[in-house]
Design a protein around this ligand. Structure first.
Ligand code: TXA
Ligand code: MG
Length: 331
């Protein structure tokens, strides 16, 4: 059986909120990617997320809150740096890791002493959060390690009847997961790059935001599944290739009788399928997961993606592509 995909009418949103109250899962659009939503206060409902995704139980999930919600239910306190980032970027594609409040289910935090909070800007997510009236746990609505969904159809295809209702909020504008900043310690730490850049965060905070690689390794590393080296992966083997070397690599694969799908700015010639890649990082991120899914569904032998530029604006895209290449099928 298929999941039901409904346009976000007031009736559909009310039904989705009822399903959340009943401990069920709902596909929720956000501006980044679609989430697999459950009542964050109900450990059994959160457990359903983990079994549907096939995700290890000790991975924490983000709690989504409505604009203006009282955060004291979730966070023990909101440090000044967190407050400044919320004022600047909420609602929006930014997740903050904060000290957890007592009573936040271990199923949400993975048993850690912190909790991830995000206030999404997508109007359908906000409408659902308001109708539900509580925190909503929602990881990306894909099976563990696989490509994140950016349309309602992706969610329905991935889960079928395990998710009774998917609200259709259209294709996600940002297209890659939220930036995650840990503000629970002394120094703000960038755990996952995203649309909101380290530079933009630093400007608001007036201090540098460290990345994981710059982090003092005496500090315990929080578990972030998006930080596993293999993630966001298609089943077809995926290679990142420098633009100059694409024509030669495609020709070499063809000489071995292998069919090649290419995503690049210019057609290298010889590919069974070539898709033109956007030249700007925002356009590229927006198209990334849908394009990977399309190419993966073509039954090709190998996918070759043009290596993105090494510049700062491309860091979130480089991060996702690197993991997709590691996690793809054997080359
Ligand atoms: O854009 C997004 O953030 C999407 C949409 C649906 O909101 N959600 C998303 O969730 O990407 P998920 O579960 O696929 O990724 C959330 C990441 C995970 O890697 C998880 O480990 C990390 O956030 N996370 C959640 N709570 C955490 C915590 N307390 N400490 C460290 N990492 C945490
Ligand atoms: Mg995910």
């Amino acid at each position: 059986m298929d999941a039901r995909i409904l346009p976000p009418t007031p009736e559909a949103i009310a039904e989705a909120a009822d399903l959340l109250r009943a401990g069920q899962l709902v596909g929720m659009p956000t501006e980044t990617v679609y989430g697999l939503a459950a009542n964050a206060s109900d450990p059994d409902a959160v457990a359903r997320i983990f079994s549907a995704k096939g995700r290890p139980n000790d991975h924490p999930v983000i709690v989504h809150v409505a604009a203006g919600d009282d955060l004291s239910r979730w966070a023990a306190h909101v440090p000044g740096a967190a407050r400044r980032l919320m004022d600047a970027f909420w609602p929006g594609p930014l997740t903050l890791i904060l000290p957890r409040a007592p009573g936040v289910p271990d199923a949400v935090t993975g048993g850690q002493d912190t909790v991830g909070l995000r206030c999404p800007s997508h109007p359908v997510a906000q409408a659902l959060l308001a109708a539900f009236g509580g925190g909503v746990a929602a990881p990306s609505a894909n099976r563990f390690g696989r490509i994140s969904p950016t349309t309602a159809r992706h969610v329905a295809d991935e889960f079928g009847a395990a998710v009774p209702l998917v609200l259709d909020g259209g294709p996600c504008e940002v297209g890659i997961e939220s930036t995650i900043v840990d503000v629970s310690g002394e120094l703000p730490l960038l755990l996952r790059p995203g649309h909101i850049s380290a530079l933009a965060l630093s400007e608001v905070l007036g201090t540098a935001v460290l990345t994981r690689s710059q982090m003092d390794d005496r500090r315990a590393v929080p578990r972030v599944s998006g930080s596993l080296s293999a993630h966001y992966a298609p089943r077809t083997p995926l290679k990142l290739v420098h633009a100059d070397r694409l024509p030669g690599e495609v020709a070499a694969a063809r000489a071995q009788g292998r069919s090649v799908g290419v995503w690049s700015k210019r057609d290298p010639g010889g590919a069974a399928v070539w898709v033109e890649a956007p030249a700007d990082p925002e356009g590229y991120a927006h198209a990334l997961y849908a394009t990977l899914r399309e190419l993966d569904a073509r039954g090709l032998d190998v996918l070759m993606l043009e290596q993105p530029p090494e510049t700062l604006e491309w860091s979130a895209v480089r991060d996702r592509l690197g993991r997709a290449a590691v996690g793809s099928g054997p080359a």
